[in-house]
Design a protein around this ligand. Sequence first.
Ligand code: NAD
Length: 484
Amino acid sequence: MYDIRNYIAGEFPEAISGMHISNVEPATGVAYSTLPDSDERDVAAAVQAALAAFPAWSSQTPSDRSQLLFRIADLLDERIEELAAAESKDTGKPLSLARTVDIPRAASNLRFFAAAVMHFGSESHDMQGAAINYTVRQPVGIVGCISPWNLPLYLFTWKIAPALAAGNCVIGKPSEVTPMTAHLLAGICKEAGLPPGVLNIVHGLGSKVGQAICEHPDVPALTFTGSTETGRQISRIASPLFKKLSLEMGGKNPNIVFADCNYEEMLQTSIRSSFSNQGQICLCGSRILVQKPIYDKFRKDFVQRTQALKVGDPLSEQVHIGSLVSHAHMEKVLACIERARDEGGAILCGGHRVKIAGRCRNGCFVAPTVIDGLPPDCRTNQEEIFGPVVTLIPFNDSEEATKIANGTAYGLSATIWTENLSRAHRVAGELQAGIVWVNCWMLRDLRTPFGGMKDSGLGREGGHEALNFVTEPKNVCVRYRDAG
Ligand code: NAD
């Protein structure tokens, strides 16, 4: 049993309670490590360490902090095989995906903010000879970073990198379902020479550790990625305390396919946008809206390509779909499929658990599932499933497509497939989504604002949005003495 530890003040202590939580490899169902079952006392110790480290860390030059983050990114690159294997084991995702997406992106996050902070300038406003204003942006102090299980190191680094680059200290809380790569990152940060207390990682349950971070009076900013329900709970705690809040939450993203699209490109990408990471990416297009003239053809071709996806051991290079993240999550996804049946949906393919022979016989595998015949307002088309499940919905024209696309409580991302330039721009303008892709999916420029509208989010991450969030602007107004 591997013993995952907290990372506080540069040390690796057990939880003060002495209690542990078991960590299971979902592809095999076997418990292979334990993590600390921490509580508010461990969070308090981490905050003490962060407060002690803050004066020196925030006084370093951006260049010094930047070099340290580049060093950590280099170490991630050097350890890519170890980290990818750990991520795949902890989440059930294909090893090839962890190696090509999760770990490289974690290194990119660190490099991106290491570079961005070097270009993070301040503004000045001249009052025409009377006075000059300049606005400095100072680190807020301690940032609480709470992340989910679907892209563990990818999203953890996306949160901690801007906070650290701008001179803050961090209390990080990885998902209790996938704690391993954050733990390995702690060792890498220590090796890179990150001063003790600058980054602290407290493992454990959301209801204990996450909540304690949100409630702590010395943590003035919270950045959270996870479900809308948890985001709502965090907001209830943090808002009366006037904390800065950045919330990245759930989605029910429309993938809108017009009849004039580049069909083959659309089909290939739609398979990816539906089922990458077993559909457990907040940006996956879970509702595929297809214009009526090509609906029947699309349904046939899409189902055929879906059935060709290989479900199996995440370690196999031939596998497209690995295990869901946990037994509990698999049960939730299977229950959603049952509900779709009850609502009158036709399961065109998938719809069941997949049993794999050998070491993965107890794994949490679900066949990629395509459902049609359901109205846009049923629960299956309204609520997030977060698994390898998509619905197909026909539409007549762009007006109807936009109405269906906007007809949920969510507003994270959307994709439009069309060769008609005017239509692409018009529909993009009308969609209630923080991110719209035209003729592509998950093409990311880290400088762009990332986040959702409505129940999908509050605030934006990425580029200067993230650096603004982790800093507090202060305007200094200097009167010209000779101005009277
Ligand atoms: P979750 O909300 O259950 O947990 C997320 C994190 O919050 C975990 O670290 C958890 O321990 C912690 N937490 C739980 N209860 C808490 C509380 N009361 N106070 C403070 N922290 C608490 O989400 P999940 O199941 O880990 O992740 C899946 C969800 O994340 C999906 O809804 C998905 O859409 C969303 N997600 C959104 C984005 C985005 O960018 N918008 C990206 C990835 C995932």
